[in-house]
Ligand binder design. Structure first.
Ligand code: PLP
Length: 400
């Protein structure tokens, strides 16, 4: 009989998707579930972007395109980097894929040999370590501390790098913590990276536009242009433009890396959807006004959720500057018992209790590599968030 690859043994399915599936199963059974586990904006794609897609279909843009993006989309991306980040790229340094996710996968597939190490600060976006494992690499997880707002300490970074290190992964604003690195913090990390010229740096800037307080977003490459020959910036339209289902992400980096990533993509999926690429051009070139509007809404929700969580005995939540997640600690609840006598030993026990007994879906911190915490997404209405906070408060109060 057939068997799965050994490689797959090191890979788990996405826990946020698993949570979302559990929540929808409970809903199907007639239970009311408030889903704070999903990582996508609750807004609709803006109308100008949807119309651009319709026009592309009407023009017959329904065929294969260049594997890693149409010239028109690459041009729009080059202009985006110039306008928003003061970074100069040529179209040959741009790669468009089916979401930022594919771009990251291409980068690892194009560069990792068996045993190559990838430094990943925790808590991390769940896909990084599993993608590394799928490409036969070794994730080297470096924990951060809540006192540092879950940001990587330069000394911890330095200590994690070995001769086998191929990549450092940085994600600001962060999923799952919402933390945003300041220019000074990036400069300190850049100083460490200058000592290790054999290491590539993947800057996952996909939440760039979702910053509500603190410093303005800065990309590592803006802070230290001398790293230009080994930084890959990953970004995309999913989060800022409420386009998660369109599946367009892009990378910008050294031309040789970009060319290798195109080779990987040419032998897996070929081009991302032609219609979605046309829509992404409008997203990048069109009016940007709704981003600020969305951000006002996100900021109000963040403030409300953080305030409510900090009123709950047993929970503690720092106020992040960006993305649409909070990452509260449930340390104060570990060891307590539920009304029916189950002990909360881990953050996973806590989120299971929240879902089963109180109908709130969250994701446990263990999934992101740092416990005892849990992630809540506030990309949902204030009404649902209020209801969810009431239920979380009741759930915590019932613990003995
Ligand atoms: N990077 C981070 C940190 C994310 O949270 C996500 C989506 O959840 C992605 C990348 C990939 O997004 P997409 O593939 O939709 O561009």
């Amino acid at each position: 009989s057939w068997s799965l690859s050994q490689r797959l043994g090191a890979v788990k399915p996405s826990p946020s998707m698993a949570m979302a599936r559990l929540a929808s199963e409970m809903k199907a059974q007639g239970q009311e579930v408030l889903n704070l586990a999903q990582g996508e904006p609750d807004f609709d794609t803006p109308a100008n972007i949807v119309e651009a897609a319709h026009r592309a279909i009407d023009r017959g843009e329904t065929r294969y395109t260049t594997v890693d993006g149409t010239p028109a989309l690459k041009k729009a991306i080059v202009e985006k980097f110039k306008r928003e980040n003061d970074l100069a790229f040529t179209p040959a340094q741009i790669s468009v894929g089916t979401g930022g996710k594919q771009v990251i996968f291409n980068a690892f597939a194009a560069t990792l040999d068996a045993g190559d190490e990838v430094v990943i600060p925790a808590p991390y976006w769940v896909s990084y370590p599993d993608m590394v494992a799928l490409c036969d690499g070794v994730p080297v997880v470096v924990p951060t501390r809540e006192e540092d707002a879950f940001k990587l300490h330069p000394e911890a970074l330095d200590a994690a790098i070995t001769p086998r290190t191929k990549w450092l992964v940085l994600n600001s604003p962060s999923n799952p913590t919402g933390s945003v690195y300041s220019a000074d913090e990036l400069a300190a990390l850049a100083r460490v990276m200058r000592k290790h010229p054999h290491v590539l740096i993947l800057c996952d800037d996909i939440y760039e536009h979702l910053v509500y307080s603190g410093d303005r977003f800065m990309s590592l490459l803006q802070v230290d242009p001398s790293l230009g020959d080994r930084v890959l910036i990953v970004n995309g339209v999913s989060k800022a433009y409420a386009m998660t289902g369109w599946r367009i992400g892009y990378g910008a980096g050294p031309q040789a890396l970009i060319a290798a990533m195109a080779t990987v993509q040419s032998q897996s999926t070929s081009n991302p959807s032609s219609v979605s690429q046309a829509a992404a051009i409008e997203a990048l070139n069109g009016t940007q006004g709704f981003i600020a509007e969305h951000n006002l809404v996100f900021r109000d929700r963040r403030d409300a959720v953080v305030a409510r969580l900090n009123e709950i005995a047993g929970l503690r939540c720092i106020c992040p500057d960006g993305a649409f997640y909070v990452y509260p600690s449930c340390e104060g609840l570990i060891g307590r018992k539920t009304p029916d006598g189950r002990t909360i030993n881990t953050d996973e026990d806590f989120v299971a209790y929240l879902l089963r007994d109180h109908g709130v879906a969250a994701v446990h911190g263990g999934a992101y590599g740092l416990s005892p915490y849990f992630r809540l997404s506030y990309a949902t209405s204030m009404e649902i968030l209020n209801d969810a906070c009431n239920r979380i408060a009741a759930a915590c109060q019932e613990l003995r």
